[in-house]
Design a protein around this ligand. Structure first.
Ligand SMILES: NC(=O)C1=CN([C@@H]2O[C@H](COP(=O)(O)OP(=O)(O)OC[C@H]3O[C@@H](n4cnc5c(N)ncnc54)[C@H](OP(=O)(O)O)[C@@H]3O)[C@@H](O)[C@H]2O)C=CC1
Ligand SMILES: N[C@@H](CC=O)C(=O)O
Length: 438
């Protein structure tokens, strides 16, 4: 039997994901060699502190704090440190040395992707990042390869496991936000700084990557309208539940055509109400799901574990085997193709349905006045439901009004809400949330 070639693999980071990647590289070495046609030898693991306790028991001699030297001698580099620096410099150094790089670092890709893609192209090596979007779900390769002969028109997804876990816990068990976040951190779903999750920045980075691949045009983080879940209250969740909805943090990238036939792409992340029977409403815990609409394929849905060390390691290993196979077979490495030039649209260009909760005086003619105001602003009402409450102490009755609109522009909705607030019969506007799937 011919001796297999050995490829040296440098691992940068040994946290939630890195530790599982190291474990699989060691435990499944023979199977990976058989699939790759080369032995993937873990040559070292760069960390901040070589003495930290790890989730997995690994040979101590593999650990180093000298990432620069480790990278210089590698055929393949896996970056799982996170953050911008030193990850960026180490990846650029690896690429310029001719190593293929696998990363899960969506924050870096969304901030400085073009520099990295260009460096990979220039060096003729592969830069892969399946793990950067939706954890274990194979989503980037299907978009880039399987759908490359089609035209994607819309991508709609739950792409952050931490926020889906938090919203699901709040909805199903009545958990407090802080407790649910602490549990997501304990389970290894959250980013090192969980602000990136709860403020929507992690989902926005993923939305930029999805939009870039789907529309063959580079979209950066500043092209993504981003709202996180910190403003979603327990009362919003309860009201949504009562009205037959569930709140999810959605990432949306869709091609829009204006009245003059001009095309653009709206990329946005925000909390969204979904009817409980909608397929994305059934995505629980840290699971993710991505819907794709394409002109010829129609509707596709991808579902699986969106966060966590072991599921994410699966995506990293898939990229590693694929890059190693190319090294074994020879020939050019895959390069990025961003041949399109579709402009990014501001949030004002997006249209969506809205849920509006109002606390109103219980008086005759109130509903008609409100409906009239919506009509005057060009916002058409799909559902209007009223529930009467009586304050036990004062005996005063008030009405809770729940309105779901047809699709309207952000600008029309904002103007409507402002006008509604000015009506003397309105006690308060209790929620304004976007709605999909009605
Ligand atoms: N967790 C998840 O579910 C997912 C994470 N990702 C991405 O994967 C990457 C890794 O995530 P995760 O494993 O959760 O992160 P962790 O915070 O758990 O681990 C980070 C690792 O990188 C090391 N590290 C950090 N900074 C440095 C530095 N300056 N020099 C040397 N080593 C450093 C740390 O060393 P030490 O241990 O010594 O502190 C640690 O081992 C991130 O980019 C994340 O966004 C992608 C998909 C899912
Ligand atoms: N923090 C991220 C990890 C995976 O990308 C998430 O919660 O989805």
């Amino acid at each position: 039997m011919t001796e297999l070639r050995t490829l040296k693999v440098a691992l940068l980071g040994c946290g939630n994901v890195g530790a599982q990647v190291a474990r699989i590289l060691i435990e499944d070495a023979d199977a990976l060699a058989a699939r790759t046609g080369a032995r993937l030898q873990l040559s070292g693991i760069a960390v901040r502190n070589v003495n930290s306790k790890r989730d997995v028991e690994l040979p101590q001699e593999l650990f180093t704090t000298d990432a620069e030297t480790l990278v210089k001698d590698a055929d393949l580099v896996i970056e799982l440190m996170g953050g911008i620096e030193p990850a960026r410099t180490l990846i650029l150094s690896a690429l310029s040395n001719g190593a293929c790089v696998v990363t899960g670092n969506k924050a870096l890709l969304a901030q400085d992707g073009p520099t990295l893609y260009e460096a990979a192209d220039k060096a003729g090596v592969q830069l892969s990042y399946e793990a950067a979007v939706a954890g274990a779900i194979p989503i980037l390769r299907p978009i880039r390869d399987s759908l490359s002969g089609d035209r994607i028109t819309r991508v709609l997804g739950i792409v952050n496991g931490t926020t889906n876990f938090i919203l699901d816990q709040m909805d199903s068990t009545g958990a407090q936000f802080a407790d649910a976040l602490a549990e997501a951190q304990r389970l290894g779903y959250a980013e090192a700084d969980p602000t990136a999750d709860v403020e929507g920045h992690d989902a926005a980075a993923k939305a930029a990557i999805l939009a870039t691949l789907s529309f063959h045009t580079r979209f950066a983080l500043e092209n993504v309208h981003c709202e996180g879940i910190t403003s979603v209250s327990a009362a919003d969740i309860a009201a949504a539940k009562d009205a037959g909805f569930v709140i999810k943090l959605l990432a949306i990238a869709e091609k829009l055509t204006d009245a003059d036939g001009g095309e653009g792409v709206s990329v946005r992340v925000h909390p969204t109400l979904l009817p409980r029977e909608h397929p994305l409403a059934a995505v629980r815990g840290a699971f993710n799901a991505v819907f794709i609409e394409a002109e010829n394929a129609g509707e596709l849905m991808f579902y699986g574990q969106g966060a966590g060390g072991t599921p994410t390691a699966s995506a990293v290993l898939g990229d590693l085997v694929s890059a190693a196979r190319r090294l074994v077979l020879g020939g050019p490495q895959r390069t990025e193709t961003t041949t399109g030039h579709v402009p990014a649209l501001p949030i004002e260009a997006a249209t969506t349905s809205y849920y509006i909760g109002l606390d109103v005086a219980d008086q005759p003619g109130v509903l008609a006045r409100i409906a009239q105001l919506f009509a005057e602003h060009g916002v058409s009402i799909e559902i209007m439901r009223q529930t009467i409450h009586k304050d036990a102490a004062s005996n005063v009755e008030s009405a809770e009004l729940r309105i779901v609109t047809h699709r309207a522009s952000e600008a029309a909705l904002a103007a409507t809400v402002e006008a509604v607030k000015g009506l003397d019969v309105i006690n308060s506007v209790t929620s304004v949330l976007r709605v999909e799937g009605v």
